[in-house]
Design a protein around this ligand. Structure first.
Ligand SMILES: Nc1ncnc2c1ncn2[C@@H]1O[C@H](COP(=O)(O)OP(=O)(O)OP(=O)(O)O)[C@@H](O)[C@H]1O
Length: 317
């Protein structure tokens, strides 16, 4: 049984201009012990899918799904109770996640105290151990520091240590390296992989960066306009993408462009979230679109555990 099992998640948000379809039909199956990347352009519903899983969808949002389960519990009822216990969050900006006026010792202690009954000295040892587990070289000094005295990479390690302190076994990491330098970001990804291997964690990694998928993830799901359009093992998705949108994302990578050529952006833009979509949402931008693509929802194509939604037969994709 997958740890996270989402089928046809739909999140509608009321606004003064009418309802916004932030997530239209996202399916996501994440097995224990994997890092599962969720990738797509800005506005495709990545963050809202994560927020709904954490029980943090905006006020008044309507959440519907065929299945929305975490370890057998229905997230529509239990997301809030699981947040900060089994489900942790690592946000993009560690400086915003930490309190600027409290020492790291105090902030670590607050989290440990909320989850464990331990005497003060044992809590301090636990805080130092958790900071060491995230690769921080001098935990004693870090504990005495305030967030502004630490680099962005060190702050993100503290945020990860706090998530570990809750005892969470499932982490939602929303663009965890975007605010960091490339080399520091790579170190944070390596740390997450190490923690997954050593502690049996499971990670949902939200990103708009194919390099993050390639470097850190076992499986990946591609979102387009609020829908999951392709999912599979990372090698399959990157090397034999089925969906034309995934191909376009990969073609837009700098490595794919001839030396000195301009970065190939995908022409057009995603449909606004209030639009009604009858067929494939990518049809207006798809170089291979046929009349049926705009008219009817695409069928699922599969190659082993790699699946995608497309009208094109597999050999024509
Ligand atoms: N509180 C809100 N009220 C109205 N619409 C919202 C709200 N939050 C998100 N949306 C809309 O829902 C859609 C999905 O947003 P979401 O933030 O999940 O996308 P995303 O893929 O995470 O994008 P990004 O990479 O920019 O964070 C977008 O069209 C966004 O404008």
């Amino acid at each position: 049984m997958p740890l996270l099992d989402i089928s046809d998640l739909c999140v509608r948000i009321p606004t003064p201009e009418g309802e916004v379809h932030a997530v239209r039909a996202v399916s996501l199956r994440i097995e224990r012990g994997e890092i599962h990347g969720v990738i797509g352009e800005s506005g495709c519903g990545k963050t809202m899918t994560g927020m709904a899983t954490l029980g943090l969808a905006p006020k008044g949002a309507r959440i519907e799904a065929a299945r929305f389960h975490f370890d057998g519990a229905d997230l529509r009822e239990q997301a809030k109770a699981l947040r900060g216990k089994r489900i942790g969050m690592i946000a993009q900006d560690p400086a915003a996640a930490l309190n600027p006026v409290l020492s790291i010792a105090r902030q670590m202690d607050d989290v440990i105290r909320a989850h464990r009954t331990l005497p003060r000295e044992a809590r301090r040892r636990e805080a130092a151990d958790l900071l060491a587990a995230t690769g921080l070289p001098d935990p004693g000094r870090v504990l005495k520091s305030y967030p502004h005295q630490l680099s962005g990479g060190m702050q993100q390690r503290v945020v990860i240590a706090q998530a570990l302190a809750t005892g969470a076994d499932f982490l939602i990491a929303d663009e965890p390296t975007t605010a960091l330098d490339v080399s520091v970001g790579a170190q944070v990804l390596a740390l997450l992989r190490k923690l997954v291997a050593e502690r049996g964690l499971t990670v949902l990694m939200i990103t708009h960066d194919m390099d993050v998928i390639a470097e850190a993830c076992d499986r990946a799901t591609v979102l387009y306009a609020g829908r999951s359009v392709e999912t599979g093992p990372v090698e399959a998705v990157l090397q034999k993408p089925g969906h034309p949108y995934t191909r376009a994302l990969l073609a837009a990578l700098p490595d794919a462009a001839p030396h000195g050529a301009r970065l190939a952006a995908i022409e057009g833009s995603i449909p606004p979230p209030r639009t009604r979509i009858a067929g494939c949402a990518f049809a207006p931008r798809c170089p291979k679109a046929m009349p049926v693509c705009a008219a009817e929802p695409p069928p699922e194509r599969a190659r082993d555990r790699h699946t995608w939604l497309c009208h094109l037969p597999e050999d024509a994709a």
